[in-house]
Design a protein around this ligand. Sequence first.
Ligand code: T4K
Length: 388
Amino acid sequence: MIKPFEKPIYVTKPFLPPLEDFSDGLKEIWDSHWLTNNGPVLNRFTQQLSNYFETDNVCVFNNGTLALQIGLQGLGISGEVITTPFTFVATTHALFWNKIRPVFVDIEPDYYTLDPEKVEAAITPWTTAILAVHVFGHPCKLNALADIARRHNLKLIYDAAHAFGVRVGNKSIAHFGDMSMFSFHATKPYHSMEGGMLTFRDSGQKSTFDYLKNFGFKNEVEVVIPGTNAKMNEMQALMGSMVLECLDEIIEKRWQITCLYREKLKGVPGIRLAPELPKDVRYNYAYIPIEVDEQEFGMSRDQLYEELKKYNIYARRYFYPLICDFACYRSVSVKDPLAVARAVASRILALPIYYDLHLEDVHKICDIIIAINQRKSNRQNTKIKGKV
Ligand code: T4K
């Protein structure tokens, strides 16, 4: 029997820069007494992001949810938006807060992103945009979605909350579609404690987003739009700036962890990992989602999730239930049967991955999964023999 971990192993754990370095940064904030409202640290951080993403069209927010909400408002999206039910609930909430009707369509089975064929079939005269999610950092079907958006004159918006650092064909993923939202939440590979960002194609939008996140102020005496307060503060910006400097190292470590999971779980009956991404994708290894096939593995995803807890491993069922099954969205009419999304939501389990996770611990997590599987198969074999 493998011993449980002494301390809980959560699905994620934020990377933190050395405390002394953060304290040095805090000193600058203490000296300036400038805590929020476009302070010097935020301005410097915004410039770093702009360099990193190779565009001036960036706008930083206090979290990803408000970034997306404001982005939709700023682009004037209304009516119906075609989107995925297999995501974090904030994607749909951002539509709701803009009084936009979500039209849920199915995902594709490999990487769990929106299925372009289903998108095209769901377009109505009220459709104004597609809101797709690079779920787990897996790039959506970029060309197919762009083609549909162009032919139907729709805005193409990406929830790229999981995709910081992802590149496709040597271009940042931020350069696809009309607008992308990135989350800098503590649970993400890249973070600023809380935070978010929009990148966008049309530079003319920048001032609208800036006004919207600051109550609509254009200057001290003019409010040009009923905005809200979604500003990032100086401490978030300091964290964001420091974590950005370590991003390559963070991604490298997550790559090692992912390779080990892939190697160890390969061939375990009933465990499926997403296929390797195409060669032109530089992935950020944001999550380790596995699908658990109840028949082949010998137990359901929920049973495995509970079993892992006995070993002090806290995997997460990202993303279950589907958004359309949450009480607050059950009244939304859904025409697509969502066959793939339903199956995936019932089987998906995100395993622990974070910078501090030792490779020995990854070995152990996999050994535990293998042992659980073998124990179950042995019990089933004994039962069958007993019947013969
Ligand atoms: N769109 C998508 C597709 C998203 O996934 C998200 C957020 C958004 C939009 C909205 O972006 P933000 O407004 O959040 O910027 C977490 C995060 O809170 C959320 O940001 C994230 N997606 C979602 C996928 O995961 P929970 O409720 O699962 O997090 P929680 O608090 O249970 O944390 C998970 C584990 O992480 C904990 O068990 C322990 C560990 N943890 C967590 C925190 C917060 C730490 O070790 N330290 C920490 O500080 O939602």
